[in-house]
Design a protein around this ligand. Structure first.
Ligand SMILES: [Zn+2]
Length: 151
């Protein structure tokens, strides 16, 4: 079965089909593992929240992340994970962006210049929101670049 899976993966790679990687494991600031769920009914890309029984979860909209390049998809997973991984006192949209891009840089998911510019160009097109705390796209991209460039 392993061989079959390898052959299918190789065919997909040679056919130019992007193999969708699973999100990186997410752990909350208190050590609790955080599962990801697909929810095509979300009005945006994803959401990090807590269920009534205290389980931290992430929901991701597969219709939004599906068409994106792998490193951008991983950015959204990491961004939603950051909302749980950051201590509540430090949790904000700006901090979650920073946490996500640094994390992906440190593990090598984002390492090429074209990946950085691809992500920043994409983020630049997003509208900001006072309600959610998202900076307008260009300011958000500037913040991301500053975080990527910082140690
Ligand atoms: Zn967020």
């Amino acid at each position: 079965m392993k061989i079959l899976k390898l052959i299918v993966t190789l065919i997909a790679i040679f056919a130019g089909v992007e193999v969708i990687a699973a999100p990186l494991p997410c752990k909350a600031f208190n050590g609790q593992p955080v599962p990801y769920y697909a929810n095509p009914n979300l009005s945006n890309v994803g959401v990090a929240h807590m269920t009534r029984n205290g389980q931290r979860i992430i929901q991701i909209n597969p219709n939004v992340v599906g068409p994106l390049p792998e490193y951008v998809r991983q950015f959204w997973y990491a961004h939603e994970c950051a909302h749980h991984a950051l201590h509540p006192a430090q949790n904000s949209e700006v901090a979650a962006d920073c946490y996500a891009i640094k994390n992906l840089r440190n593990i090598g998911v984002i390492r090429f210049r074209n990946q950085v510019s691809g992500l920043l160009n994409y983020i630049s097109t997003l509208p900001g929101s006072v309600q959610t705390g998202h900076l307008p796209g260009p300011a958000r991209a500037n913040n991301l670049y500053a975080c990527f460039s910082a140690p």
